[in-house]
Design a protein around this ligand. Structure first.
Ligand code: FAD
Length: 448
């Protein structure tokens, strides 16, 4: 059926066998590359009848080991389903195949006079299917919300073999259970998404970008809140610490971004119909604890300011596979949490190093710990338990995957978990869809 699109040579399959961080790896018996929804349905049918576990894979940029065939699952690579169709320049919508990259969606939206509300540093590789399956948040969450908010409908092959297709041409559609929302964030455990209908957003006006240095984390966190109120066109507020910026500088050769030595730096971006730089400078002028600021309006300079933030993930990965804890804290707890985490980690693992950066306006901080063996979960226990005790979420935007499945009970009550298992059992009764991820179920029992 799939012919040349069945890969069994381990060397050719290798890019599909290990996750982006290098922490999770497996040995898939095959990688299948279907080219349309009928071929995906045929793959699911065979897997159901032969009790074979499948791992859906898009760009393989996920950061929680959710797309990695650690237990010998068959990988289903959906990137050949990359068509973008039914672009509606009047309604501001389009349909994207699961394999289309986020950058391709952004380009198609731009060509139609709109923009796509989700953006992330992995935009050239991450796919629509992966971003829906993880409910990706990203750099514009403060403005447009996560992928769920852009999602009008999906086409998918469920684990039970049925093909659901609800790709409405209208934005308002209140016709029963929202299956697209259910699949959004399901991490490939309910079925394989083959296409999504996406709502587009207005193209922002002229944009200004600033780096703003602060004396303390509290000043920066309070500033993120003040900026949300002061700037209706606020596009992004990203937080970095001096150590992370220094690491990025060492790996990229970038110059120091600000004149002084600010311990905490916010990247702030705002759009306005007229003179966004004046508006941004004015808002920054009203903040407390600002040590220094640099504002840019021209494209190349703005792109350079973004590199200090966007290159964090790659620079940290260069130190060896990190343990990644992508968490959200209630606004009132965020600054103290950021300040206390390095000592918390050091007390348990003195040789480890903690790196912190994130989406400040969303209360979302990425805690990255390097220098720990891949299987060492002591720090995960500490950090995730602390987050839960403070009323936060153990996954802001990356999902649970394999990395956090042991701690799902910290985020979901027993009745909620039971409801999730019931949904899983209804839509994937044979348990073939990513069984090890999220709910951590046993693999489908193979015939003896
Ligand atoms: C440099 C970098 C920056 C990042 N920044 C962000 C960020 O700002 N915000 C953010 O949210 N994430 C971020 N990520 C994480 C990652 O890019 C996102 O989770 C992205 O949505 C994953 O897309 P993907 O196509 O690579 O999915 P994959 O990694 O291939 O898969 C991720 C999960 O989705 C499932 N899946 C994939 N495709 C399908 C499908 N078609 N149907 C059903 N299930 C599927 C997989 O089984 C797996 O569980 C970043 C990653 C990197 C490397």
């Amino acid at each position: 059926m799939l012919g040349a699109h069945v890969i069994t040579d381990p060397e050719v399959a290798a890019p599909h066998a290990t996750d982006w961080t290098g922490r999770f790896t497996g040995d898939p018996p095959a990688v299948l590359r279907p080219g349309n929804v009928d071929e995906v349905a045929a793959v699911v049918d065979i897997a159901r009848h032969h009790h074979v576990a499948l791992v859906a894979q898009g760009g393989n940029t996920g950061l929680v080991g959710g797309a990695t065939p650690v237990d010998g699952e068959v990988v289903v690579d959906l990137r050949r389903l990359d068509a973008i169709t039914d672009v509606d320049p009047i309604g501001g919508q389009l349909t994207a195949g699961a394999g289309a990259s986020i950058a391709a969606v952004q380009a198609a939206a731009g060509a139609a006079g709109w923009a796509y509300g989700v953006d992330l540093a992995a935009r050239d590789t991450a796919t629509v299917g992966g971003s829906v399956a993880t409910d990706a948040g990203g750099l514009r969450f403060v403005r447009h919300g996560s992928t769920r908010r852009q999602l009008l409908g999906v086409e998918a092959v469920l684990g039970n073999g049925s093909v659901i297709r609800h790709l409405p041409l209208v934005a308002k559609d209140n016709t029963g259970y929202d299956l697209a929302a259910l699949l959004c964030g399901s991490e490939g455990t309910l079925g394989l998404i083959t296409a999504a209908r996406l709502l587009l957003v207005a193209t922002p006006g002229p944009i200004a970008t600033a780096l703003v240095g602060f004396a303390t984390t509290t000043d920066a966190v309070v500033a993120a809140s003040a900026l949300r109120r002061a700037l209706p066109g606020l596009e992004a507020v990203e937080l970095m610490l001096a150590a992370g910026i220094e690491l990025v500088r060492q790996t990229t050769g970038l110059a120091a971004p600000l004149a002084g030595d600010a311990p905490v730096v916010l990247l702030v971006e705002a759009s306005a119909a007229d003179a966004p730089e004046a508006l941004l400078a004015d808002a920054v002028g009203g903040l407390t604890g600002v040590l220094d600021a640099a504002v840019a309006v021209d494209g190349p300079r703005r792109a350079q300011l973004w590199r200090y933030r966007e290159d964090h993930t790659t620079a940290i990965n260069g130190l060896g596979p990190p343990h990644k804890f992508d968490v959200t804290l209630p606004a009132g707890e965020l600054a103290a949490f950021i300040d206390s985490v390095p000592a918390l980690v050091a007390a348990e693992a003195p040789a480890a190093h903690t790196w912190l950066f994130g989406h400040a306006a969303d209360g979302n901080i990425h805690v990255n710990v390097t220098g720990l063996p891949a299987a060492d979960e002591r720090v995960a226990d500490l950090v995730l338990s602390r987050v839960a005790a403070l009323g936060g979420s153990i996954s802001a935007e990356h999902g649970i995957g394999r990395a956090k499945r042991r701690w799902l009970h910290l985020a979901q009550a027993p009745a909620d978990l039971a409801a999730m298992r019931a949904v899983k059992a209804a839509l994937d009764p044979a348990g073939i869809c990513n069984p090890a991820v999220l709910l951590s179920l046993p693999p489908p029992s193979r015939p003896t």
